[in-house]
Design a protein around this ligand. Structure first.
Ligand code: NAD
Ligand code: WQD
Length: 339
């Protein structure tokens, strides 16, 4: 069976993808510097699946570790998750973000070329549709203007990867544009474990529920949406992980570039998320309304048709599943992995 290298695979999406790849019969190799994760997530992946992951500690910007991995393993496909992703931090530390996100991409491409590895899947983001495009976003739209350096790194990395694939006809590239991944594996053994104060909505809600934060501030209720709060396309991380398995199959069988949205196509507002979490878990989420957060768009959701047509993939889990599984993970691991 084929072997997949997960760069940044100890993180939130990488660990869930490792489970789905192992369950589908793939061999999995992970490289991570634990900047935003810890090896415990991979131990738990092994417990969930009863299979072994070959784990390397190292920086994806470092050619020597990637060369070693390609020498020691026959890698058929790379999935590039290794990035910094905190939007606010990217505004404060743009150089760190450009250096890490762009350099990891270049190092992977250079080492792939040397070793003759021809397939790569990239973790991109709906953020590249920018401010100009109308919802629902489809893959034929021109990319727009991003509202922060994090978004620009994604847009630039898409360009770099696409140029490399146009130049090398043997390459196969799938740019996966994720919408808003939330939830956790149904075992409650792996999940999202943000450092410090969570930036994203669902981890914040979960930490209010478990008593780590006093209350949620809802950023703005005067948007042009049905209830005045922003609407997003929340997708269960296990559905997202299964989309990666399909993308690997696709990349192994084709050449060239494909851009594919991974979303549900159905938006929910911040207020609907809070209500759904309370209903599915029975835990009250104390919340107040505050100012808008700079850079937030009123609405972001996918046209999810291409993923269905090309990959035969669509999201299957409900918002209730997303809330229940988030709570299962958070209540079993109130302080995350406790590194
Ligand atoms: P995460 O932070 O949990 O995972 C990223 C992993 O990459 C971490 O384990 C981190 O330690 C590792 N990493 C970062 N830089 C590295 C480097 N130089 N060398 C080695 N390892 C490095 O984040 P995630 O939510 O799992 O996201 C995975 C990818 O998906 C990221 O590229 C992110 O930008 C992208 N993405 C995430 C979301 C989201 O909402 N979570 C949405 C769209 C796109
Ligand atoms: C969702 C909604 C907030 C926190 C970000 C990145 C994107 C992608 C996914 C990351 C918004 C509101 C949030 C809070 C709130 N990539 N909110 N109170 O901004 O849609 O997307 O994560 O790697 O590129 O921009 O997600 O979860 O931060 O916010 O009211 O304490 O929740 O205003 O409307 P977002 P989010």
């Amino acid at each position: 069976m084929e072997t997949v290298l997960l760069a940044g695979g100890a993180g939130y999406i990488g660990s869930h993808t490792a489970v789905e790849l192992l369950n589908s019969g793939y061999e999995v190799v992970v490289v991570d510097n634990y900047y935003n994760s810890c090896p415990e997530s991979i131990k738990r992946v092994e417990q969930i699946t009863g299979k072994t992951v070959k784990l390397y500690e190292g920086d994806v910007k470092d050619h020597s570790i990637i060369r070693t991995i390609f020498k020691e393993n026959k890698i058929d496909c790379v999935i590039h998750f290794a990035g910094l992703k905190a939007v606010g931090e990217s505004v404060a530390k743009p150089i760190l973000y450009y250096r890490n996100n762009i350099d990891t991409t270049l190092t992977l491409l250079e080492c792939m070329e040397e070793a003759g590895v021809e397939n790569i899947i990239f973790s991109s983001s709906a953020t590249v549709y920018g401010e100009e495009n109308p919802v629902p976003y489809n893959e034929d739209m021109k990319k727009g203007s991003c509202t922060n350096p994090y978004g620009w790194t994604k847009s630039m990395m898409e360009q770099i990867l696409t140029d490399a694939t146009v130049a090398n006809k043997n390459l196969s590239l799938v740019l996966l544009r994720y919408f808003n991944p939330i939830g956790a594996h149904e075992s409650g053994m792996i999940g999202e474990d943000p450092q410090g104060i969570p930036n994203n909505l669902m981890p914040y809600v979960a930490q209010v529920a478990v008593g780590r934060r006093e209350q949620l501030t809802i950023f703005g209720n005067d948007y042009p949406t049905p209830d005045g709060t922003c609407r997003r396309d929340y997708i269960h991380v296990v559905d997202l992980a299964k989309g990666h398995v399909k993308a690997v199959e696709y990349a192994l069988a084709h050449k060239g570039v494909e851009i594919i949205n991974l979303g549900t196509g159905t938006p929910y507002s911040v207020t609907e998320i809070v209500e759904s979490f309370e209903k599915s878990t029975g835990v009250e989420i104390k919340h107040v309304y505050g100012d808008r957060r700079p850079g937030d768009l009123p609405e972001s959701y996918a046209d999810a048709d291409k993923a269905w047509k090309l990959l035969g993939w669509k999201a299957e889990k409900s918002l209730e599943d997303m809330c229940r599984d988030t709570w299962n993970w958070q209540s079993k691991n109130p302080n995350g992995y406790e590194k």
